[in-house]
Design a protein around this ligand. Structure first.
Ligand code: NDP
Length: 476
């Protein structure tokens, strides 16, 4: 089997070691063998990025926009093929995988437009005859480190703004999903990206650390533990860090909620994409007056979900990403029962036609917010119902967490909706919508342990990918 190389300083180069990319839907299906970048290659990539980045920073905006548009067009043209690759390597249901690829194309197109919206500001001066301008300039070389759960979307929402706002890029995807990242790098290269401006550096956490040591800013998405290490290393080097981290997101079902809508929000937010979303609703905080009816209706709806191989249009929920994550999910399911939670449905490993990491989505009832299953991020298709007496208690429980990424309420009351949006301590506040499902033209950021540094996405991304310079001019 040939080995997929890294793109270093404009050349595709092999490494000393490599990593097999195995499908979680069928452990006999090897998607490919992907080279690990060496520390020397990371340094070479940084040296080339320094040179190419200096030219890119002053390139005509039209040149930058055209590159991003060509990348978007090619991703879009290959949506089905890339969707299948993504689904094979991550396990995501094919419909979701294709949707993710299409969204990645949209993001490159959005940031092609952002190139010319990179406006500064002009102020009056305190002095006569003086004007003051605030200008945005590229940061330089940015390191982009991404997790496995959105193999093309998260890379897109970092790479596109980085290039649009005039930076060079060193990109490290997760070792579990290098296939989509490799395909994206190939597209970027073939779209005419200047040599050395963008490097793909695959491998494990050591490659990530080496990147942080060689860049001017780092944007990271992943777990709190790794994000903390990345932010600490960035701080030691005095470079900016943007970290998007985990969640323990609450979905509040108020007493006046539409039951059907509440069930759909829970299904979408808790179990689709195998619950492997930072914005997944793992805590279902339900008014006690409808807890029984909600539990019964949700369990019935879960029974209709098809858990099977990712690459199939019939599948609703694909496998868990790998054996280690499946073991983690099963250990939390055992813990929930040990803590006294009542298992309503699911939670058992499933056999399918191919050997894979299949797990029936699990619903627990009669839980309380102090249980470890309600405090620690599991990152699997597991949700716990927490019954509460009224909205005030629901809000207290929703806010009683170290995380603050996304939160939702299902209610027919405008008053409750407004109060919730104003008082929930999370970066995303949803009303009558699932906790998961964000759009790319508006910011994504969390509160508390869920985020560190400026928001990602939308025009707000400019705050991280540029630095400001203030210019004073006296014209008599
Ligand atoms: P990890 O934190 O394990 O890894 C994230 C990335 O960091 C991977 O590419 C990993 O490499 C790399 N890495 C590991 N160690 C280091 C290090 N010391 N220095 C630099 N990079 C390193 O997260 P997961 O991949 O398991 O992703 C799941 C997590 O991501 C969940 O906590 C989830 O909530 C969070 N997430 C947050 C989102 C948000 O927007 N807030 C969105 C999506 C996910 P490798 O794994 O290849 O070794």
């Amino acid at each position: 089997m040939s080995i997929f190389s890294n793109l270093v300083a404009g050349e595709w180069v092999s490494g000393d070691t490599s990593c097999l990319n195995v499908s979680p839907s069928d452990t006999g299906d090897v998607v490919g063998d992907y080279a690990d970048a060496t520390p020397a290659q990371v340094r070479d990539a940084a040296a080339a990025a320094r040179i190419a980045g200096a030219q890119w920073a002053v390139a005509a905006p039209g040149v930058r926009a055209d590159l991003l548009r060509r990348i978007a067009d090619e991703i879009e043209r290959r949506t089905d093929e890339l969707g299948l690759l993504l689904s094979r390597e991550e396990g995501k249901a094919l419909r979701d995988a294709r949707g993710e690829v299409a969204r990645a194309a949209d993001i490159f197109r959005f940031y092609a437009g952002e190139v010319v919206r990179m406006a500064g500001e002009r102020f009056a001066s305190l002095r006569v005859g003086v004007s003051v301008e605030v200008l945005h300039e590229p940061v330089g070389i940015v390191g982009l480190i991404t997790p496995w759960n959105f193999p093309i979307l998260i890379p897109a929402w970092k790479i596109a703004p980085a290039l649009a706002y005039g930076n060079a890029v060193l990109f490290k995807p997760s070792e579990l999903v290098p296939g989509s990242a490799w395909a994206l790098a190939d597209i970027i290269d073939k779209a005419g990206c200047p040599k050395g401006l963008f490097s793909l550096l695959m491998g494990d956490g050591a490659v990530g650390r080496a990147i942080v040591e060689n860049v001017d800013a780092v944007s990271f998405t992943g777990s709190v533990a790794t994000g903390t290490a990345v932010a600490q290393l960035a701080a030691a080097r005095m470079i900016p860090a943007q970290c998007e981290l985990g969640g323990k997101n609450p979905l509040v079902i108020a007493a006046d909620a539409d039951l059907g809508l509440a069930v759909e929000c829970a299904v979408q937010g808790s179990f689709l994409q195998t619950g492997q979303r930072c914005t997944a609703s793992s805590r279902l905080i339900v008014d006690a007056s409808l807890a029984d009816r909600f539990t019964e209706a949700l369990a019935a709806r879960m029974g209709q979900l098809i858990v099977d191989v990712g690459p199939s249009l019939e599948t609703d929920i694909g496998p868990v990403v790998d054996e280690r994550q499946l073991e983690k999910d099963l250990s939390y399911i055992a813990l929930a029962e040990a803590e006294g939670a009542r298992r309503v449905t699911g939670g058992e490993p499933l056999q399918r036609a191919t050997p894979g990491h299949f797990l029936a989505p699990a619903l627990f009832a009669d839980t309380h917010n102090a249980m470890r299953v309600n405090r620690e991020e599991i990152f699997g298709p597991i949700a716990c119902i927490i019954p509460v007496e009224g909205y005030e208690e629901a809000l207290d429980v929703a806010n009683d967490t170290e995380f603050g990424l996304s939160a939702s309420i299902v209610t027919n009351s405008l008053k409750l909706a407004q109060h919730f949006k104003a008082n929930i301590r999370s970066g995303l506040a949803m009303v009558n919508l699932p906790t998961a499902g964000v759009e790319f033209h508006v910011p994504l950021s969390g509160m508390k342990a869920s985020s560190y540094g400026p928001a990602e996405m939308g025009h707000h991304a400019m705050r991280f990918y540029t630095k400001v310079r203030t210019a004073y001019t006296f014209a008599a």
